[in-house]
Design a binder for this molecule. Structure first.
Ligand code: FE
Ligand code: FE
Length: 172
């Protein structure tokens, strides 16, 4: 149980959560890139990794602005999302289906990040941390852009997956 006594402290708590989430992604994304078969999807995961590195650096800048040490607290949401990513990596069956599953996992991650950064940005706004608002907004805009790219990519990936017509549906 933790005690949080002010919105400023809640902002710091949220930033710590996001810091851990981004760091989990640093480990998960290379595995997802390796598992992807579609070349554009592979590239998408690799560029998301580069972006994530920048997000970690930006969060460290935010900790500095807030005058607290950069440290994470376990993000349970990202724990679960990464576990689902692992399930996608291990999915047996045609490559195109695994790619469709991987892109779904990636979009869930992206949407979580957008929600978390949006929440933190709003806290920062209310407590009057203008510079922190700007930094969080910059990352939020990048997360939204990545989500847009993933959405476009999913159209072609899903079309490829749908080209496969099994002789008999094997759903259990
Ligand atoms: Fe990010
Ligand atoms: Fe979280």
């Amino acid at each position: 149980m933790s005690t949080v006594n002010s919105l400023r402290e809640l902002l710091i708590d949220e930033i710590r959560d996001i810091y851990d989430a981004e760091k989990q992604l640093l480990k998960a994304l290379p595995k997802m890139a390796r598992a992807a078969t579609n070349e554009d999807l592979k590239k998408g995961f690799t560029s998301h990794l580069e972006e994530t590195k920048n997000h970690v650096v930006r969060l460290e800048e935010i900790f500095e602005k807030l005058g607290v040490p950069a440290r994470g607290k376990s993000c349970k949401a990202m724990d679960g999302l990464v576990a689902e990513g692992e399930e996608a990596i291990d999915l047996e069956g045609p490559d195109a289906i695994r790619d469709a599953c991987l892109i779904g996992a990636a979009q869930r991650v992206e949407h979580y990040e957008m929600a978390a950064y949006g929440t933190a940005r709003n806290f920062a706004e209310v407590v009057g941390e203008a510079e922190v608002v700007e930094l969080l907004q910059a990352t939020l805009d990048e997360e939204k852009q990545t989500d847009k790219i993933l959405t476009e990519l999913s159209n072609s990936v899903n079309e490829d997956a749908n080209m496969l017509v099994p002789e008999k549906e094997d759903v259990d």
